[in-house]
Design a protein around this ligand. Structure first.
Ligand SMILES: Cc1cc2nc3c(=O)[nH]c(=O)nc-3n(C[C@H](O)[C@H](O)[C@H](O)COP(=O)(O)OP(=O)(O)OC[C@H]3O[C@@H](n4cnc5c(N)ncnc54)[C@H](O)[C@@H]3O)c2cc1C
Length: 431
């Protein structure tokens, strides 16, 4: 028996994998050359917050005895968290771009840049668009989300060239910022919010605040109009409503129960379910979301034709054996947000579970926690936190009573925490 593994296992059982997040890296051994001893092969689809975390921690905690290949179509990691600051003029886009080198150099993860197009579930082989094939003992699927484009009539491929979402890390963030810069003073920016669940519950409201901050300084006659398909603000409700009523009083107009069902790209006009029409100068549409295409293709989507259900101790799919799903693609547990923080926790939970399975031991449930910060101007932020513990009877993690909560008010201190949270999670996922 390896005493290091035993200690780590006890720690995971006692406190959940999240406890390991806080341990200094030096106490957890980097992968050793185990003279070729390999206990299993894992392939990971997607090197975003969930997949990259799973890959790194599989290598780290198995001390190099699990062979890990990650297949990711993008060459660079571009963060969604902190991207709203770019829209507010408070961050340089380049700071969102992170390198994948650490995964390869520090942890021996094999990184392949290609798109996964199919999985042979019988033979346990992943196939990419380059014609390559990757066999696995366990497959981790972490592809994030894709849009349900059909949910908004008129949002066809042509319309997507000018009407942006900027809801995936990448060039659309820069393009949307340019549209805001080009907007004349007195113009209207319209942001639509889809019905929950969607990626990052507070994200649209943070975005609206960032854009309002920019307008207040540079285009004070301009307006931000939030058209929310939901009944109310989905996260940190009172805090956002207070900030909008004070700091952005004559700038932000919030309209709940306003579901965009159609758009006309030429006139930048949206139509609601009730037939009401609104015309924007800059139109930023977030269509309804669902698990990414590849999850559907593999047959993992089994909740409302949108999300992937899992067994919560191992995060193994309830639809396909030996395949685990993490991150935004999941049918989340009650009150569990689709966030980078949560995807990072899923990544650690699945790494711990797969290590136990491949070592012939019984996987244990792990505690998970989430913090979502939102910057409401250039300096001040607010947060919401929650802790999720597995309930053996209901077979799902539930929020621990009395855990978590929200900020009392926006503060500069939390602004500093927000920026260090981003740096810390990028380091934890990729470094
Ligand atoms: C504006 C905005 C702000 C946000 N702010 C925060 C925040 O402050 N805090 C927070 O916790 N969360 C935040 N989020 C949410 C966070 O970005 C997501 O929840 C997180 O990225 C989910 O991680 P994931 O691994 O599931 O998906 P992703 O990070 O999207 O990773 C999925 C990866 O899979 C790859 N992929 C998909 N299909 C294939 C395929 N077929 N073959 C190969 N590769 C594939 C993609 O290229 C991608 O790199 C924010 C999101 C947005 C949009």
């Amino acid at each position: 028996m390896n005493p290091v593994n035993n200690d780590r296992r006890r720690l995971v059982q006692a406190f959940g994998v999240s406890a390991l997040f806080s341990l200094p890296g030096a106490t957890l051994a980097a992968p050793k050359k185990n003279a070729g001893k390999i206990i299993g092969k894992v392939v990971v689809i997607g090197a975003g917050f969930g997949g990259a975390t799973a890959a790194k921690y599989l290598r780290k905690w198995s001390e190099g005895t699990i062979d890990v290949t990650v297949i990711e179509r993008n060459r660079e990691f571009i963060s969604c968290p902190a991207s709203n600051e770019v829209l507010g003029g408070n961050r340089d886009f380049k700071t969102l771009i992170q390198s994948y080198d650490g995964l390869k150099k520090n942890w021996g993860v094999k990184l392949v840049h290609a798109s996964v197009i199919a999985v042979d579930k019988e033979k346990r082989v992943v196939k990419t668009d380059t014609g390559a094939e990757f066999p696995y003992d366990r497959l981790v699927v972490a592809p994030g989300f894709d849009f349900n484009w059909g949910g908004i009539a008129g949002y066809d491929e042509k319309a997507r060239e000018t009407i942006l979402h900027a809801w995936k890390g990448g060039p659309q963030t820069v393009a949307l910022r340019k549209q805001l810069e080009d907007l004349p003073d007195g113009g209207t920016y319209v942001l639509s919010v889809p019905k929950a669940p969607y990626r990052c519950p507070p994200g649209p409201y943070e975005r609206a605040s960032q854009v309002a901050f920019y307008f207040r300084q540079h285009k004070p006659k301009s307006k931000v109009l939030i058209l929310d398909a939901n009944d109310k603000v989905q996260s940190k409700e009172k805090l956002f409503l207070n900030i909008w009523a004070t700091d952005y009083k004559d700038i932000i107009d919030y309209r709940p129960k306003w579901d965009v069902v159609a758009l006309d790209a030429a006139t930048k006009t949206v139509t609601s379910e009730l037939g009401e029409k609104i015309t924007a100068d800059v139109l930023n549409i977030l269509p309804p979301m669902r698990a990414a295409d590849i999850a559907r293709h593999i047959g993992l989507v089994n909740v409302n034709d949108r999300w992937c259900d899992v067994k919560w101790v191992t995060l193994e799919s309830t639809a396909v054996k030996n395949v685990h799903v993490i991150g935004d693609a999941l049918q989340a547990a009650p009150l569990m947000p689709k966030s980078a923080h949560m995807a990072n926790q899923h990544g650690k939970a699945v790494a711990a579970a797969i290590l136990e399975i491949l070592s012939g031991r019984e996987p244990q449930p792990t505690l998970m926690a989430n913090t979502c910060y939102s910057l409401v101007d250039d300096k001040r932020a607010i947060h919401v936190t929650s802790v999720h513990r597995y309930n053996a009877e209901k077979k799902v993690p539930l929020v621990v009573e009395g855990s978590g909560g929200v900020s009392a008010a926006p503060s500069v201190e939390e602004g500093l925490y927000t920026r260090s949270w981003a740096q810390t999670i990028w380091n934890d996922v990729l470094g």
